[in-house]
Design a binder for this molecule. Structure first.
Ligand code: AMP
Ligand code: MG
Length: 515
């Protein structure tokens, strides 16, 4: 554990306070110590994140590690703080939010010279907790731990998770918001990211008219998080916003590729680095449905549903642009960034879809081919993940709709749509025959972009149920499968479509924000 070298730039370069005042103004962070927990117990760690930090598995099993990442003791060089941000939630300005239950522990510089900020989620009350308790329950912490690692292995930009530690303390939550609060086991995840800066960090300063500090935060972000951008101040600003828009667009395409629905794309949950951040009521699409949202709070308007994510990301970038207006060299630069979002999204969406369908290049007619099958997949309630793996096995000389049958949830919908799928398959095969390619080569390519394993909600829920009984085997099996999401062979129970029992079970398909 002695090998951790800290260089805590966020709190060194930006103003903060002692965390004692109730009105925060002119600051980006407040000092706060984690609240100690009674009986910390290490439930899981990520060996990959350990090695990012140059820590060993022996370190992870040491008492110092447990105490540090449960929030009971700071290691040498650590500092602890909560940061100040605001945000637009469900389309409305929500004012100041801030790290209500996240506590930064500082920035590690690893042996490769990379910077990794550490942050405990659920480590107790901070000056930004408002009326909440600063804690997190095991179920949501386990979901965050597993999913951030799964996303990483899928090749999708994300914050990472070092450890999952049970606190030994109970946390009261009304999970279904139905007036039945219950005590649940508490847990703490240590998240790891090059930066935890969110759109909301800029928004709060703009909303409060703190333009000088806004300028400082922009300068800081450029210097710490985008050091490779060079030029005059105006050039750097323009390139930076351009890149934020680009990365956000690419992230949206990646979520579409694998069927990930974030669930709460408020501007306070948008990373300035274009990372997936804040895993709450997220979900993975089972039966293909662009209108699907896992978040029960969003049931009425489906603002954050699968097919809307790019539209919302664009909207969120517009809010960021507004916040940056007071310090932007020109409005034109912001508009150019937003236009770049549209271009990037469109061009990378086409590229991604071509790859998903095994097309060597995207042609204009392909949009119709793809839209037709998406509509069929939706109407016939076909499993997205299963469909694309089966599609990769279709051969040009003998395409058969029977081959796709395992991806259907309902036999009757297979029967009623078989003809339409057969017609679509012959169009698809004709398109494939127009490219110089072999079935084998196409299949290999498709299986590199269409995952075999995704962290379906019902799987994560099984890991939660077992972990609540003290059994971590399911979590470990899922973590193992998540390491090779594109591999062909996986334990059959980890790649099965959502079983019927999971359709209406809490946590398996829909989730509340309670966490
Ligand atoms: P989220 O919906 O998790 O992105 O959180 C939105 C805001 O509520 C953030 O400012 C969080 O820090 C805060 N928050 C959520 N849960 C808690 C909690 N249990 N205690 C304190 N603050 C919380
Ligand atoms: Mg959040």
């Amino acid at each position: 554990m002695k090998s951790l070298h800290f260089d805590n730039r966020f709190i060194r370069d930006l103003p903060g306070d002692a965390g004692t005042s109730s009105t925060s103004h002119g600051i980006c962070w407040s000092a706060v110590a984690p609240t100690a927990v009674s009986r910390p117990f290490l439930l899981a760690y990520s060996p990959e994140v350990l090695s990012l930090l140059n820590l060993s598995e022996a370190d992870a099993r040491s008492p110092e590690f447990l105490q540090a990442f449960a929030g009971n003791r700071l290691l040498e060089g650590m500092a602890s703080y909560a940061t100040r941000y605001g945000g637009h939630q469900f389309g409305q300005w929500a004012g100041q939010l801030g790290d209500g239950r996240a506590i930064g522990l500082g920035e590690v510089i690893n042996q490769a010279g990379e910077r990794w900020e550490l942050q405990l989620k659920g480590a107790g009350i901070t000056p930004y907790s408002r009326r909440a308790d600063g804690r997190a329950v095991l179920r949501s912490s386990l979901r965050e731990f597993l999913c951030s690692e799964a996303m990483h292995h899928l090749g999708i930009p994300t914050t990472r998770a070092l450890s999952l530690i049970a606190t030994g303390d109970g946390v009261v939550r009304d999970m279904l918001y139905d007036g039945n609060p219950a005590v649940e086991p508490g847990a703490i995840v240590c998240r790891v990211s090059p930066s935890f800066t969110r759109f909301g960090h800029f928004e709060i300063l703009a909303a409060r008219g703190e333009y000088e500090l806004l300028q400082r935060l922009v300068n800081f972000t450029l210097s710490r998080d985008f050091p490779f951008i060079v030029g005059t101040d105006a050039e750097r600003f323009a390139q930076w916003f351009h890149l934020v828009c680009e990365r956000t667009a690419l992230l949206m395409v990646e979520w579409l590729r694998v069927g990930f629905v974030h669930g709460v794309m408020n501007t306070d949950n948008m990373s300035i680095l274009g990372l997936t951040i804040d895993y709450g009521p997220y979900g993975w699409v089972d039966n293909f449905d662009p209108g699907w949202t896992p978040n029960t709070t969003d049931e009425q308007f489906h603002r954050y549903c699968f097919g809307q994510q790019s539209v919302v990301a664009r909207w969120n970038l517009e809010r960021l642009a507004e916040a940056l207006m007071p310090v932007a060299p020109s409005r034109k630069m912001l508009d150019a960034g937003l236009a770049h979002f549209d271009d990037t999204f469109q061009s990378s969406l086409s590229k991604m879809l071509a790859a998903k369908f095994g097309l060597l290049e995207w042609q204009d007619d392909d949009a119709d081919l793809v839209e037709t099958v998406f509509e069929l997949l939706h109407n016939a309630e076909v499993d997205m993940t299963e469909f694309f793996r089966l599609l990769s096995e279709v051969t040009c000389h003998a395409p058969t709709v029977q081959h796709l049958k395992p991806a259907f949830y309902q036999p009757s919908l297979f029967d009623s749509h078989a003809e339409a799928f057969t017609a679509w398959l012959s169009r698809y095969v004709a398109r494939l025959q127009g490219q110089s390619d072999s079935d084998w080569a196409r299949r290999t390519r498709m299986n590199q972009v269409n995952p075999r394993f995704v962290l379906r909600n019902y799987l994560a829920q099984q890991a939660i149920d077992a972990a609540t009984q003290g059994d971590m085997s399911m979590l470990n099996r899922l973590l193992d499968a998540a390491r090779q999401p594109y591999a062909d062979s996986h334990p059959i129970d980890l790649i099965a479509k959502r079983p019927d029992w999971a359709l209406n079970k809490a946590g398996c398909s829909k989730l509340s924000c309670s966490s």
